[in-house]
Every structure is written in structure tokens, then in C-alpha cells.
Write a protein that binds this ligand. Structure first.
Ligand code: ATP
Ligand code: F1X
Length: 310
């Protein structure tokens, strides 16, 4: 069973304009709506691959109800804590030159009682064979140790964790040794205290510091460059599968969804990597933050190329 946790979900409004005029009137050519937030995107991907998943976190207001309706229609079980404020709307502005500007709202304030209610829910789901996916930013009111606390709590009941976070929340949580982490290269560089990595091997070495310290598997996504996979002493680099890019927003969540699906199905390393590369490349070809169809992901799998790094 895979439980995704989205502390700060969002309605994603993807808009297309010719070119963004700062300080001027911008006419939108086309707008697209998606239920989003990182964990919800992970659930969307897992469901598209044909596996059941439950989405949890905090939802509020009309936007929260719209997101629940969307999940219901997609056959994704939702079990969110209701909050007083309105779930945020995040606007993604796509220009014809390929530039993407993201405007993410802060989201509603979460009270201590609401946080407690979510923790109780998660504890109720925890057990052997359960994988929790913790991803995305934290809303106001939630302390940066929340992911660390959840990992400690669910590990005690035999559950496993895939973590996709950044900043302080990531730094604190990795100390509790999640089974899988999926930072992107900027998030890992921030953790490592360097401005950027100059190569895949440098990226792999930085991630290895975490697997050496007890994290089970690390996948570092590198956008259009590809991804680095570290598992059981192997360092593997895969260039991104070339596709016609439509929207790269949410590609990392699609990859995390594929990773969670592969992990829960006990897939071997090669199949797992192929699926991650195919699903994330497929996600780039869809509009907004929609995952690719299972058929597209299957068709792209054979195009993943592996390089073992020394
Ligand atoms: N232009 C692209 N073409 C093909 N594949 C891509 C492209 N951009 C991203 N990908 C695939 O998607 C994966 C995840 O991308 P990225 O590193 O941008 O994730 P992210 O920063 O976590 O994204 P997000 O937070 O928006 O979900 C990459 O490792 C790669 O496999
Ligand atoms: O503000 P956060 O939680 O960092 O990111 C939220 C978000 O940008 O991430 C997803 C894409 O990865 C979108 O669905 C959503 O709007």
C-alpha cells in the first residue's frame, strides 16, 4: 500500500502566453487546471500505472473540495484533514520561448490540532508493506521537523518512506534514514553546501554521502540532463530520454511515483530505473502536471540508456 502525504496541496493553474511582460497586461491564450501538490502528483502517477494509492495531507475550502472531487473521479482514495483556510492555487506561466515562471502561494495556516490529527491518521496506516511518500513544501504552522517525526513514527511500525523534500525539512528527515530519497540536483547541492555540481559523478558522490549514512536508495533528478541512481553500491547515470517537451513541471513527482510503484512491486534495479526514466520523460510530454499514460511509459522504457559511473 502506498500512502502519499501532501502537506500543502495546490490547484495548479498552467497558463500559456506569448511572452511575459513584467508590469504590463498579459493576455492568457490557454489555461489548464490540475489537482496538484507533489504528493498528489505522485498518487496520480501511481494510479495511472494501475496501482491503488491513498492521498493524505491537508485540504480546505472550495479548492480542497475540487481536488477531492478530481481524486474521486480518478479512483484515487483521499483521506485528508480538513482545514479552515483555502487550499492554494499555484500559477505556472509558460512562454513561447520555453521559459516557465512558477508563482506558488503559501497555502493555509495549519493548527497544532490539525497537525496532530494528520499524524494520528498516518500512524493508523503505518505497518509492514506500507510505503509513505513524503513530498513537497510545508505550509505555515508546520515545523520543519515534521518529516523527521513521521519517519521515526512509521519506521517503528515497520513501514518504509520515500522522501522528496528540500531545505531544513530534508536535512532533518534524512537523519532518520528514509529507505528512498529523490532530491533534484539543486536540492542536493543546497544540502551539500555547494553552489552546484559540475558532473554526474560529483552529483553521485554527494548522494553517496547519504547512502553511506544509512539512506537506502538515492535518486537525484537532473532535469533535462537525466538522473543519477545509487543503490547497493552501484552508481548509475541515465541521460533523459529525448522527448518533445510540453511541461516539465511535475516531472520529478512522476519520477517519484514510478519509484514508489517499482519499490512496492519489488522490481529489480534495471526495471526500476527504466520505469523512472520513462515515466518522468512521459510526464514532460503532457500538459500541466498530468502523468503520462501507462502505454506511453511502457513504450519509452526501452529508450533508457545506462552508464555505470566509476
Ligand atoms: N526536458 C526533459 N526531457 C526528458 N526528460 C526530462 C526532461 N526534464 C525532466 N525530465 C525527466 O524528469 C526527471 C525529473 O525532472 P526534474 O529534475 O526537473 O524534477 P524536479 O525538479 O523534482 O521537478 P518537479 O519538482 O517539477 O516535479 C528527470 O530526471 C528526467 O528523467
Ligand atoms: O510549493 P511546493 O510544495 O514546493 O511545490 C508545489 C508544486 O509546485 O509542486 C508540484 C510540481 O512538482 C506542483 O503540482 C505544485 O504546484
Amino acid at each position: 500500500m502506498i500512502i502519499t502525504v501532501t502537506m500543502n496541496p495546490a490547484a495548479d493553474k498552467t497558463v500559456e502566453i506569448e511572452s511575459l511582460k513584467r508590469g504590463g497586461l498579459n493576455r492568457i491564450r490557454k489555461a489548464e487546471w490540475d489537482a496538484g501538490g507533489k504528493g498528489i502528483n505522485v498518487s496520480k502517477t501511481i494510479s495511472e500505472l494501475g496501482m491503488e494509492t491513498t492521498a493524505t495531507g491537508f485540504l480546505g475550502g472550495n479548492t480542497g473540495r475540487e481536488i477531492e472531487k478530481y481524486l474521486r473521479e480518478k479512483g484515487i482514495r483521499s483521506d485528508f484533514v480538513a482545514v479552515d483556510g483555502e487550499t492554494r492555487t499555484n500559477t505556472k506561466v509558460f512562454e513561447d520561448n520555453g521559459m516557465v515562471t512558477e508563482l506558488n502561494e503559501p497555502g493555509p495556516y495549519i493548527t497544532a490540532a490539525q497537525e496532530e490529527e494528520l499524524l494520528k491518521k498516518l500512524e493508523g496506516y503505518a505497518g509492514e508493506g506500507v510505503l509513505f511518500v513524503l513530498s513537497g513544501s510545508l505550509p505555515m504552522g508546520i515545523n520543519t521537523d515534521i518529516y523527521a517525526r513521521i519517519i521515526e513514527m512509521v519506521h517503528k511500525k515497520g513501514a518504509e518512506v520515500l522522501l522528496d523534500a528540500d531545505g531544513e525539512a530534508f536535512r532533518k528527515a534524512v537523519q532518520y534514514r528514509p529507505e528512498i530519497i529523490k532530491p533534484n540536483k539543486e536540492e542536493l547541492a543546497q544540502y551539500a553546501g555547494v553552489p552546484e555540481f559540475s558532473s554526474a559523478i560529483e552529483t553521485a558522490k554527494a548522494a553517496e554521502a547519504l547512502t553511506d549514512a544509512g539512506v537506502g536508495m538515492a535518486v537525484v533528478s537532473m532535469g533535462a540532463e537525466g538522473a543519477v541512481f545509487l543503490e547497493k553500491g552501484n552508481r548509475i547515470f541515465c541521460p533523459a530520454i529525448p522527448v518533445k517537451a510540453c511541461s516539465t513541471v511535475g516531472a520529478g513527482d512522476a519520477m517519484a511515483g514510478a519509484l514508489a510503484y517499482a519499490w512496492e512491486n519489488g522490481m529489480g534495479m534495471e526495471d526500476k530505473i527504466r520505469l523512472c526514466m520513462a515515466v518522468s520523460a512521459g510526464a514532460v510530454t503532457t500538459q500541466g502536471t498530468k502523468p503520462p499514460s501507462k502505454e506511453l511509459a511502457e513504450a519509452l522504457k526501452s529508450r533508457a540508456v545506462f552508464t555505470f559511473l566509476g
